[in-house]
Every structure is written in structure tokens, then in C-alpha cells.
Design a protein around this ligand. Structure first.
Ligand SMILES: C[S@@+](CC[C@H](N)C(=O)[O-])C[C@H]1O[C@@H](n2cnc3c(N)ncnc32)[C@H](O)[C@@H]1O
Length: 217
């Protein structure tokens, strides 16, 4: 199955996606610099969901150097706004530089800080979003979840990336090496939480490194 999945990703890679040159360059540079960015399968899904939903207020947890924010911007209305959160100073600085160069209409706002605190602040300000993309530290997804639910509007879309941990999530915990067991347990707990939540409808997909698409009722 994983072989088929990899072949599917390779297949997607081989199809011209019409991304502007600056994004293709940023993608190549990020891969070279070992900055983890959304894979082609994830890009495919996000692009499709944005075109379907046409959200106006987007929240992203995990900016890295800004590739996915700028990618999303390509498929959004000029009135749409993206708020994106990054805790690593060096990456946030690079993202800021990239946004300054490319986001001429200032549609993207970068918040530097740990999402655990930033999400609290956004909730206390009464902010709401119709599209949330979570792509940060997998072990913390559970801790972000309650605030994400508060921030998401009814009918809003919530996408979680890196659900499958390169397939390890599907393995039995007994075959997972000791150092990966905590994250494995936390991700399984997160999947259960998502799928059993009464306020959301969630679908798990193999796209990218495994994505969950949730809709708030
Ligand atoms: C997979 S990368 C994001 C990639 C980006 N979305 C893209 O595709 O271009 C995950 C990022 O989340 C950041 N991160 C991890 N935990 C975080 C937290 N608690 N608060 C804010 N950022 C966090 C990491 O520093 C890292 O840059």
C-alpha cells in the first residue's frame, strides 16, 4: 500500500501544477534547506478545498518559511486574509522576508510565538476562521484541538496534515521503536478524538503524509 502511495505522490510530482516560478523556487529551496513543507498530495487537497470553500479568513498553525501560506494565497480571493503562526525565530524571519517580497496586498499576517499561547489569545479576542490548516508539531495537535474548535466557524473547514507519520501511525505500537511510541500514541489519540467529535465531521485521507479534513457542523 505504501508503495502505491509513494507511486501516487511521484505521479503527482510528475504532472505540471502551474505554480508560479517563485513558489516552485521556494519549494526547491525549502527542500534543500531541510525545511519540511507540504507535499504535492497535500497541495492538491488544499488547493481543491480552497477552490470549493472560497474562505475569507484562514488560520495556519506552522508557517515554516511561508511556502504553504503563499501557496494558499494563489487560490484565494483578494479580500481573503491569512493568519499564520510560527514559533521558530529563524523560520519566522525568513517567512516575513518572503511575505514582504510576494504578498503585495498584505493579505498574510505572521504571528511569531508558540501556538499553544497564540491560539488562547486568538480565542480571547473572539477571532473566528472559516478555514484552518494545522501543520505544526504532531505531538501537540491534541493540545491545540479545543481552541481550534472554538476558532472554527460553523461549516468551516479544518485540515490536519502529517496524520500518518510516513505510515508509522498504521503500525502496531509494538513494532514502533521506543522513542516514537509517545508520538504514535498521541497521534492515535488525536485520530480517535477527531473521528468521535460530535461537532465535527471528519474524513481521513492518504494524501501527502495523511490528512484529515473536518467540517464543523
Ligand atoms: C511542517 S512545518 C510547516 C510547513 C509549512 N506549513 C509549509 O508547508 O510551508 C511545521 C512548522 O511548525 C512549527 N511549529 C511547531 N510547533 C509549533 C508551535 N507549538 N507553535 C508554532 N509553531 C510551531 C515548526 O517550527 C515548523 O516550522
Amino acid at each position: 500500500m505504501m508503495v502505491e502511495h509513494e507511486r501516487f505522490e511521484d505521479f503527482l510530482e510528475s504532472i505540471p501544477d502551474g505554480l508560479p516560478e517563485y513558489l516552485a523556487d521556494l519549494e526547491i529551496q525549502s527542500i534543500k534547506d531541510n525545511v519540511p513543507i507540504i507535499r504535492k498530495g497535500s497541495q492538491h487537497l488544499i488547493r481543491f478545498m480552497l477552490e470549493l470553500k472560497k474562505p475569507l479568513n484562514i488560520l495556519e498553525v506552522g508557517t515554516a518559511t511561508g511556502f504553504s501560506s503563499l501557496f494558499m494565497l494563489e487560490f484565494l480571493d483578494k479580500k481573503a486574509k491569512i493568519t499564520t503562526i510560527e514559533k521558530m525565530e529563524e523560520r519566522a524571519l525568513k517567512a516575513e522576508e518572503n511575505f514582504k517580497k510576494i504578498d503585495k496586498n498584505r493579505q498574510i499576517t505572521l504571528i511569531k510565538g508558540d501556538a499553544i499561547e497564540v491560539l488562547d489569545e486568538l480565542v480571547s479576542k473572539g477571532n473566528t476562521y472559516d478555514f484552518i490548516f494545522m501543520d505544526a508539531a504532531k505531538g501537540q495537535y491534541i493540545n491545540f484541538f479545543n481552541n481550534i474548535k472554538k476558532l472554527l466557524l460553523p461549516n468551516g473547514i479544518f485540515i490536519t496534515d502529517n496524520m500518518l507519520q510516513e505510515g508509522r501511525l498504521l503500525d502496531s505500537r509494538y513494532t514502533v521503536v521506543r522513542r516514537d511510541r509517545t508520538i504514535h500514541a498521541r497521534m492515535r489519540e488525536y485520530v480517535k478524538l477527531l473521528l468521535s467529535d460530535k461537532d465535527l465531521k471528519t474524513m481521513l485521507l492518504e494524501a501527502g503524509d495523511g490528512m484529515a479534513v473536518s467540517v464543523k457542523k
